[in-house]
Design a protein around this ligand. Structure first.
Ligand SMILES: Cc1ncc(COP(=O)(O)O)c(C=O)c1O
Length: 367
């Protein structure tokens, strides 16, 4: 695969594309574990993976144009009781990335603004720039036509509970505008995640649309929770069925392929996988932080306890660079805060099981 050595951004074309983690593994002879992405530490759920593999057998047919039955299965996962009423607000995409771009293309033009945190996942900004929005920085006091807030925020780990989130939307979106709230990492919250999610706030979303013409979209990348980045799976909950239909009209047909649909249809039923995720992620996360803090007492750790990653400020560009370099050399790449986020003292690492952390920490002895 050609690389762009001049900019040191690996396979990414730094002039044209937004940098993301997750590209190093394929180029490492000694690859052990990918700490550079925020995927689930439990890997791809086994039963759904088998279903996906078997779906190859009928991949000489087109996928269903209505994304069913996978779409209804996901609706049932999101709204166990009300899914029949709610599923017409839902549409699937080829990763959240496809839907982020589609929704921003449909949005009212004008001013764009990110969430209030130090930085956030950059695809929203990239898409807004490509669509000629006027860009406001994080923390700007001005309202915008389109706001995009990542909650929980990748990479900083900040998280707004519903009352704060609603208040931020009220204070930051102009009448007639769009609020795109990315809850890709929110299901990690706990078995009660639905009660803390904007997905269940139908009355609030309806009122905002009726009274101020503000459209609230809830975006999900499913490639992290169910560790299937290569399959490409995302969804968006729209404020109304009409918004969903507008996306459907603009979306390329069959953008979610047969294998991804089969995987999704099966994975939403794997309760054991999610129980393990909710039980072990905070345990492994804390263990990892404790071990790193013992080695590097001055490093500062950010993010809520349930998250699938740790955002670390090493306090030094040189140290962060060395940590990234040593991790990559040892076959356990981590994400540098420099490319994309322009925060060169930071690194981001995924929560992983202790035996994989052993490899990373052995490498970091030389930092
Ligand atoms: C917060 C967030 N949203 C969306 C995405 C896009 O994910 P995908 O296109 O793989 O579904 C990512 C990927 O890292 C992410 O971290």
């Amino acid at each position: 695969m050609p690389t762009n050595a001049a900019t040191n951004n690996g396979p990414w074309d730094a002039k044209l594309q937004q940098f993301h983690g997750g590209q190093d593994w394929a180029h490492l002879d000694n690859f052990v574990e990918d700490f550079s992405v925020t995927t689930n530490a439990f890997g791809m759920p086994e039963a759904a993976k088998l279903t996906a593999i078997h779906s190859i057998d009928h991949s000489h047919h087109y996928p269903p144009a209505d994304q069913e039955p996978a779409k209804s299965s996901l609706a049932r996962f999101l709204w166990p009781a009300e899914y029949l009423d709610e599923r017409n607000r839902l549409i699937l995409g080829n990763g959240a990335s496809e839907l982020i771009d589609l929704v921003i293309r449909m949005a009212p033009s004008g001013v764009w603004k990110p969430g209030p945190f130090l930085t956030q996942y950059k695809e929203y900004e990239r898409s807004a720039r490509n669509n000629n929005f006027t860009m406001l920085p994080e923390g700007s006091p001005d309202k915008a036509n389109v706001v995009c807030l990542v909650n929980p925020c990748n990479p900083t780990g900040d998280y707004l509970e519903l009352p704060e989130l609603k208040q931020w939307i009220t204070e930051n979106v102009l009448p007639g505008g769009y609020a795109i709230i990315d809850e890709s990492m929110q299901p990690w919250h706990s078995p009660e995640f639905r009660h803390h999610s904007l997905v269940g706030e139908r009355e609030y979303v309806e009122a905002l649309y009726k009274e101020q013409g503000i459209s609230v979209f809830v975006m999900h990348s499913w490639t992290k929770l169910w560790c299937c980045t290569g399959l490409r799976l995302g969804s968006v909950v729209c404020p109304t069925t009409e918004h969903m239909r507008a996306i459907k009209k603009a979306q390329v047909p069959w953008s979610v392929n047969t294998v991804a649909l089969a995987f999704l249809d099966a994975v939403v039923r794997d309760t054991e996988y999610l129980d393990n995720t909710w039980t072990m992620t905070p345990v492994w996360r804390k263990l990892t932080i404790d071990r790193i803090a013992e080695m590097f007492p001055s490093w500062v750790f950010y993010g809520r306890e349930f998250l699938s990653w740790i955002w670390v400020d090493t306090g030094s560009e040189e140290v962060a660079e060395r940590a990234v370099e040593l991790a990559k050399k040892a076959g356990v790449p981590v994400r540098s805060g420099r490319p994309g986020y322009n925060l060169p003292t930071f690194v981001r690492l995924a929560v992983r099981e202790p035996s994989k952390v052993d490899v990373l920490l052995a490498a970091w002895k030389a930092v």
